[in-house]
Design a protein around this ligand. Structure first.
Ligand code: S3P
Length: 170
């Protein structure tokens, strides 16, 4: 079994993925950390020194490694499904789950953690709202190709993990 959690930055992929892997008793990979371990650089350092295009190449390269694994929950980066043919590869290789969240909730959640997210690091809250609105609109076209779409508003990570476990066991 291989489960991919996808969704926008701040939608809770890592927290939910970790809990889900424990309840399914399988491994967990936080894909951003996986890239950081592989490159010995932080995501912010990769963006700063090599630029976004190179980050997307690395993402595609490391995704192909993860596709070969089994019995794992993988929490992907917010942009991972949206470049190259990554979404197609993800859907062919495992079960994809989109944690869907409103712009309002995303802005609230991301504002607190934007320092480690290079795409939005330097934005104030008003800019952030406009950026996420437009960005999510485009990305939704890809995210909605997921096998399962989970309304993640007002639910705890534990509740979300339980909902996902139920959906994939059907
Ligand atoms: C990105 C999301 C980040 C990280 C990078 C780019 C994106 O992952 O991969 O900063 O393009 O949405 P999280 O979704 O885990 O924050």
């Amino acid at each position: 079994m291989k489960i991919f959690l996808i969704g926008y930055m701040g939608s809770g992929k890592s927290t939910v993925g970790n809990i889900l892997s424990q309840s399914l008793k399988i491994d967990f990979i936080d894909f951003d950390r996986y890239i950081e371990n592989g490159t010995s650089k932080t995501i912010s350092e990769i963006f700063e020194t090599e630029g976004e295009d190179e980050f997307r190449n690395l993402e595609n390269k490391y995704l192909k490694e993860v596709l070969l694994m089994n019995n794992v929950v993988v929490s992907l980066g917010g942009g991972t499904p949206c470049f190259f043919n990554n979404m197609e590869l993800i859907n062919k290789s495992g079960i994809s789950v989109y944690l869907e969240m409103s712009v309002y909730s995303l802005v609230k959640r991301i504002s607190k953690t934007k320092r480690k997210r290079p795409l939005i690091q330097r934005m104030n809250t008003a800019d952030l709202k406009y950026f996420i609105e437009a960005h999510l609109e485009k990305r939704k076209l890809i995210y909605s190709k997921a096998h399962h779409i989970i309304d993640s508003e007002n639910k705890s990570p534990e509740q979300l993990a339980e909902i996902i476990a139920m959906k994939i066991s059907r």
